[in-house]
Design a protein around this ligand. Sequence first.
Ligand code: PLP
Length: 284
Amino acid sequence: MTVYFIDGQFTERDGLAISIDDRGYYFGDGVYEVIKVYGGELYTAKEHIDRLFQSATKIKMTMPYAEVQLMEIARELVAKNNILVGHVYIQVTRGSATRMHQFPDPTVPPVVTGYAINNPRPMTGIENGVGVKSVADVRWLRCDIKSLNLLGNVLAKQEALEAGCIEALLHRDGVVTEGSSSNMFGVKDGTVYTHPVTNLILNGITRQVVLGLCEEQGIPVVEKSFTIDEAFEMDEFFLTSTTSEVTPVISIDGRPVGSGILGPLTMKLQKAFSSQIPSFIADE
Ligand code: PLP
């Protein structure tokens, strides 16, 4: 049975109680992270926990634990749930208090919840590529915060799935921002293009890893936004996220990207990404 973390304790699902007054439940008033586990080890955990703290600061919420304590909670969730390949989910809400929009009394403690589950690498998408659907990005203007408020992302993902695609390619007035739960990259004439780090995207940890790999491999990168029309003209396209790693995008709105098969630069990055995963062979 999955072991969860809530209110300072590790609990099995049956013993778990969540307050109806939790502000995460009423308002999506909280922040979260998803940390990948490979071979029983947390991957880029420091980066994720740092970002969790940054998100909390941006919503003016004081974290109830230090970074090292959260790291330990994440490690214990992996150990208690015997996770080999999967992920840890951690969320922190602004606590439980009678419903009112303004912040509760500062004595109300934030609520930290977490779990860890086994979840294999999505090899089908990684090896064969996926299709995406362009969807208007109607989210708020603080997409840099990994907030629990995900309704815009949820609606976009659902629209993409209903069109037979795996992810939404979000755009604001025709300018590509990111995916509903991923960052988007185009490749043109050997250069990788992606949206710059602004309030309009989440600066993905995988995005940062991939940009580092581009540097190591001598692949030029331009962090500059591009339009949906330009996306159609890319030679290659891919998306990144903690759970989807480097996934090739082979079609946009049903139209093939480039030759419509996995591109060489994407495959090079996939290889580089896989080879720096801890205990990579544990999942093979
Ligand atoms: N953009 C959005 C909106 C996301 O929700 C996510 C991940 O869930 C990402 C980008 C990718 O971020 P990361 O690579 O840190 O998982």
